[in-house]
Ligand binder design. Structure first.
Ligand SMILES: *Cc1c(COP(=O)(O)O)cnc(C)c1O
Length: 360
């Protein structure tokens, strides 16, 4: 039976992945040296494709890591001497905060209940904050922060660095990278790739801070300290043997997405989200967890299920429709549906059809 993964991540693979994987094997991509010109070309080509697809300024840097979680740790270690400031409204934003605690920093925390956004205009970050950390799309709750709020916030604090986690929204939001300093994601969600690759996009200001903090009191890390990654980046390399296949596949998929048209891809996501939310709005059996429309994510849709989600997920699984459970304590109460570029309009229709049958 055909299975479709609506799970938040890993998720359904992008449809061209199997073609590119076969080609990669035929071309011996997993065997080439990460110090060879063949690898430099892959690195450069993936960097170019990503910059074109996401409209990233030419003078921004792209570093590769094994995961988004590692990127959070590297950002705290290389860009923060003492105080980061965290907007916490779910498990991933909380993880970022806890990583700062774990590294012995003194992070500030601004918290709202799970399922809520933030009233940015009412929040003042302490003067000593060095890095403001925001999770644009909270995968645990389905809350998405409109980018305009973040840009307005940056205008109030033009000299503070902003880190933005876009793991479960990329490539949907249209991002103005010039207003941000450290934007990151991993590839097993919106890009529909196998897991094991994280991507960090850094502004020149972030690099200056990394340089400034290096050699000051406290460790900025070792082989993956941002300044060490920078040294290798200049050669189109990474400090260690990286996920060469992942970097190769990311470049290919970014190119495929651009050929398809990023605007089309984004409007498809918007329309699929609309049909899901419309359906859930009009039943009493299902209700979207995020009540404020303004903060509802288009890419991660979290739904409360009237009599619990365990049986529903089993039923859907029998149809090959794999949806996510609620996160942690919400596991048995909610389902989470990923709506990424790999999910076709027809897949979403099929899912709605079975959800409708189940509730009636
Ligand atoms: C999945 C996820 C992460 C963690 O990504 P890994 O690649 O597993 O480290 C971080 N932030 C958000 C918002 C996520 O959805």
């Amino acid at each position: 039976m055909k299975k479709i993964f609506f799970t938040p991540g890993p998720s359904e693979l992008y449809p061209t992945i199997s073609f590119h994987m076969k080609k990669a094997l035929a071309d011996h991509i997993p065997s080439i040296s990460h110090r060879s010109d063949a690898f430099h070309d892959i690195f450069q080509s993936t960097e170019n494709s990503l910059k074109k697809l996401l409209n990233i300024p030419a003078n921004y840097y792209i570093f590769f890591f094994p995961s988004a979680t590692e990127i959070m740790e590297r950002l705290i270690q290389s860009l923060v001497a003492k105080h980061s400031a965290h907007f916490v409204n779910g498990s991933f934003s909380d993880l970022f905060y806890k990583i700062a605690l774990g590294l012995g920093k003194q992070p500030y925390k601004f918290e709202t209940p799970f399922g809520n956004g933030f009233d940015f205009e009412q929040i003042n970050v302490p003067k000593a904050s060095e890095l403001i950390c925001i999770t644009q799309n909270e995968t645990s709750t389905g809350v998405s922060i409109p980018l305009q709020y973040i840009y307005n916030f940056k205008k109030r604090y033009p000299h503070k660095l902003i880190a933005l986690d876009i793991v479960s929204s990329v490539p949907y939001p249209v991002i103005d990278f010039k207003l941000l300093d450290a934007v990151f994601f991993s590839v097993q969600k919106g890009f529909g790739l196998p897991a094991g690759l994280g991507v960090l996009i850094l502004s020149p200001q972030a690099i200056s801070v990394a340089n400034y903090l290096n050699g000051k009191n406290g460790s900025v890390g070792s082989y993956h300290a941002l300044i060490n990654c920078l040294k290798y980046y200049e050669k189109k390399e990474t400090p260690e043997t990286p996920n060469v296949l992942g970097i190769y596949l990311l470049g290919k998929v970014a190119k495929d997405m651009r050929l398809k048209g990023i605007d089309k891809l984004r409007s498809d996501i918007k329309n699929k989200a609309q049909s899901l939310y419309d359906f859930f709005q009009h039943t009493s059996f299902y209700s979207p967890f995020v009540s404020d429309y303004n903060f509802r994510s288009a890419t991660i849709i979290v739904v409360d299920i009237k009599n619990g989600s365990i049986k529903l997920r089993e039923k859907l699984k029998k149809e090959g429709l794999m949806v996510g459970s609620g996160y942690k304590e919400m596991a048995g109460k909610q389902i989470r549906i990923a709506n990424f570029p790999a999910h076709k309009v027809a897949d979403i229709r099929r899912l709605i059809y079975f959800l409708k049958n189940y509730s009636s």
